[in-house]
Design a protein around this ligand. Structure first.
Ligand code: EPU
Length: 282
C-alpha cells in the first residue's frame, strides 16, 4: 500500500507459463510463471487433479506473491506444497534458486519480506502437488459449507467450491471494492495472557500455535472495539470481516494507514494486544 508518492520504477510482473517439470509416484511438480493469476492457476490444477491448492482458492493476486508471504487460508499454507523457486537478484543480476528451507517460511513471512526485502524479483515457482489428495477440512466453516452443498463424495473440486463460497460471503472482491485482504496478522500471544483474556471474554477465538503461544483472532477483537462496518470518508472497515480495511473509492493510502493506526490503538487499550499490519506499507 502506498502512503506517499514513490520515487522509483514500478514493474508489473507478467511472466506467464505453466509446465509439468517432473513426476514421481506421489507427486506432480508444476512450474509456473510469477505473473500468472493465482486463482486461475489453482483452477488449472484442480481441473487436472493436481491436489494441494484447493484450500487456497480465490485468493486475489499473482502467483509470485504466494511464497513472498507464504499465503495461507483454511488450514493450508504455501509452504506445505512448495518445492522451489527462482528469483532474480537485482543488484548482482543473477538468477538464484531457493529451496523451502532457504525461504524461511513463517506465518505470512519469508526471507523476501525480511532479510532479502526489496532485493529479489520472483520469476517462477515449482509446487509439489499430490496425485492422491489429502483432504484438509479441519477449518470448521469448510465442513459446514460442504454439508450445505450436500457433497456426497469429497473431492478437491468440492473443497475448492466450499472455500470459494465462504470467501465470497465474507471477503470483498478487490475488483469491486478496493482492499488488500486481511490488513493485520492474527497476533500470537503467550498462553497465560490468552487465559487471562478468556476469563474476561469467554468467547475470544484462539488457536494453539505451540505449548507457549496462542494465535488470537484479530478480526474478533477489532469487532469488539466497535470498528466493524465503520466508515470515515472513503476509508472503512469491511462490514462482514473486520480484519479487512476497504477503500470505497477515493481514500488515499494515508487515510487507510491512519485508520489502521486508530484500530491498533483501540485493540491495544482494550485487550493489551498489539496488532501488526500484514500489508506491506510503502
Ligand atoms: N471474527 C469475528 N469478527 C470478524 C472477523 C472474524 O468475530 O469481523 C471471528 C470469526 O467468527 C472466527 C475468527 O474470528 O471465530 C476467525 O475468523 P475467520 O475464519 O474469518 O479468519 P481470520 O482469522 O479473520 C484468517 C486469515 C485469512 C484467511 C482466513 C481463513 C490472517 C491474517 N487472515 O482470517 O487470510 O482467509 O483466516 O483461513 O491470518 C489474508 O491473509 O489476507 C486473508 C484473507
Amino acid at each position: 500500500m502506498f502512503t506517499r508518492n514513490f520515487d522509483g520504477l514500478v514493474l508489473k510482473n507478467e511472466l506467464k507459463g505453466i509446465e509439468l517439470v517432473k513426476e514421481d509416484d506421489l507427486h506432480y511438480y508444476i512450474k509456473a510463471g510469477a505473473g500468472e493469476n493465482w486463482h486461475q492457476f489453482v483452477m488449472y490444477c484442480i481441473e487436472r487433479n493436481f491436489a494441494g491448492l484447493e484450500n487456497l482458492s480465490l485468493i486475489p493476486g499473482c502467483l509470485g506473491a504466494s511464497p513472498m508471504q507464504n499465503i495461507g487460508a483454511y488450514g493450508v499454507e504455501i509452504k506445505d506444497v512448495f518445492e522451489s523457486l527462482e528469483a532474480y537478484h537485482i543488484r548482482d543480476k543473477k538468477i538464484v534458486q531457493f529451496s523451502v528451507n532457504d525461504c524461511e517460511f513463517g506465518y505470512r513471512e519469508s526471507v523476501f519480506k525480511r532479510k532479502h526485502k526489496g532485493q529479489f524479483v520472483i520469476l517462477n515457482v515449482i509446487y509439489r502437488l499430490r496425485k492422491q489428495p489429502v483432504y484438509n477440512t479441519s477449518y470448521g466453516a469448510i465442513e459446514q459449507e460442504l454439508e450445505k452443498l450436500q457433497v456426497r463424495e469429497l473431492s478437491i473440486k468440492a473443497i475448492s467450491q466450499a472455500v470459494i463460497n465462504i470467501r465470497s460471503s465474507k471477503l470483498p472482491d478487490p475488483v469491486v471494492i478496493g482492499n488488500a485482504g486481511s490488513f493485520f496478522k492474527n497476533p500470537e500471544i503467550p498462553v497465560s495472557k490468552f487465559e487471562e483474556l478468556k476469563k474476561i471474554y469467554p468467547n475470544i477465538p484462539g488457536y494453539p500455535v505451540n505449548k507457549d503461544m496462542t494465535k488470537v483472532a484479530a478480526g474478533w477483537m477489532i469487532e469488539q472495539c466497535g470498528w466493524k462496518g465503520y466508515r470515515e470518508g472513503d476509508a472503512g472497515v469491511h462490514a462482514k470481516q473486520a480484519l479487512v480495511l476497504v477503500n470505497y473509492g477515493n481514500a488515499k493510502g494515508q487515510d487507510i494507514y491512519i485508520l489502521s493506526g486508530k484500530i491498533i490503538e483501540s485493540v491495544e487499550s482494550k485487550f493489551g494486544v498489539t496488532l501488526e499490519r500484514e500489508v506491506n506499507i510503502i
